[in-house]
Design a protein. Sequence first.
Length: 184
Amino acid sequence: MGLLMESSFAQRLAEAIENLVSDGIIINPIEMGIQLVATVVLIFVVKHFFWEKVTAFIEDRQTIIDKDLNEAAALKEASNALKLTAEQELEDVRKQAKKILDNAKNQATDQSRILLAQAKDDAAAIKKNAQRDLVQEVELARRQLRQEIIEVAMELSERVIAQEMSEETYERLIDEAIEAVKQS
């Protein structure tokens, strides 16, 4: 089977070469040699006159690319450092803001306690003053009542003296005086 395939391949190759020759594609050895010599001469000319310039250009370009890559890496490191610094500063600012808010809350609580204590003290003072005023008013009312009782007693005495009275008249006058005091 292997031989059969090889002979079939060889047959097909021979047919393909025959078709090329018959179609006008002919390999000319002289032309092929000229092309080969021209290619070798071109390689030597390029190597002799241009190779150093081309390699120098490529090396310069490689240097520029390496420099750009190094700068990019340095910028990335600097950026990361700045990012870390900014994050730390932001955290510090947050801590300070929280501390300020806590202080403000504590001050507000303390101020509230102070105001509440002052309000209680003021209320106690007002109550004490009101009680003192009430005591004074009661005392004043008692004095006035005593004064009125004295006046009524004097008036009764004057009436008793002015007329002789019986015990019933005297009791009636005292009841009237008491009623007069109650009404005033």
